[in-house]
Design a protein around this ligand. Sequence first.
Ligand code: SAM
Length: 299
Amino acid sequence: MPLTAASKAELRLCSRLRLSEEQAVALVSSMRAGTSARPAIVLSPLAPADYEPPFACADTSAWPWLPPRVYVPAEGERPTAHADYAAGLYYSLDLSSCWESAPLSVVPPPDSSLDLCAAPGGKSMLMAARYLPRQHAANEVNAQRRGILRQNMQLCGVPNVEVTGLRPDQWAAEGRSFDLLLADAPCSGQSLLCKGIRNPGCLGQQMVNGNAKRQKGILLAAVQCVNPGGYILYSTCTYDPDENEKVMAYILKRVPGWQAVEVPLLAVYRSALADFPCYRMLPHHGSGAGGFCCLLQKT
Ligand SMILES: C[S@@+](CC[C@H](N)C(=O)[O-])C[C@H]1O[C@@H](n2cnc3c(N)ncnc32)[C@H](O)[C@@H]1O
């Protein structure tokens, strides 16, 4: 499609992302086609070390950042149609979600961790595949989603997990702190369009502003829940810089004693929209619908 056929909101997003004309056409086409979803699976703690998925898998050498115990089903395979899925041997999620957890490659195994926005449980599963903390809290404020999270943690046999439902400010008031905190924040979800999921208003400034405000609030509470030397992995599944680079820049400026950490495996995805290390992937990279991630360390 020519870029002249793009809507004002689509053009605004492309310009805020400082995309070239070619990249802008690719992004708008992906948002309209809705075919960028790329399923992946992560093995659960129930799957033995020599477990092989019961379906054909793609060659993963193009994705050096792929977390441990993650497989990408070959085109046309339906991983959720197998008995092993129903038995909790693996969990199904988008490849972009796996990409968003790649910064954990530079985080030493934590003793304690908190997944602040955890349902339905994908990031907690990815973390459990990399290292099993002695104590993990999988937290979800929405009661219905918390039920699904609990079921997923139980079905997949994630050990040492406590499912909780506190708001971020309640966590801050609790006075508990962790070596690693995952903040996979609620966002405008612009990447849903690229998966063919309707998301009215997600390109509008009002939706973006509302989410950016909520994300800053979540992080201002999150920074109070991390041990010295510990980490926050912030991620979203949206493209707008206001919910990504600008949220990180706000925290780094507003809260002393934090730095953004370089992730060598993600070097090619480094965002040009920030002067600190943070990473963004767009659907035309061919690894799912895209997202944003940034690793912060309490110095
Ligand atoms: C992007 S989803 C998390 C996906 C999950 N990490 C996964 O990988 O499966 C964001 C979650 O944040 C929750 N949420 C919404 N508002 C919140 C808030 N103010 N504080 C914390 N969590 C919130 C939502 O209910 C939703 O489950």
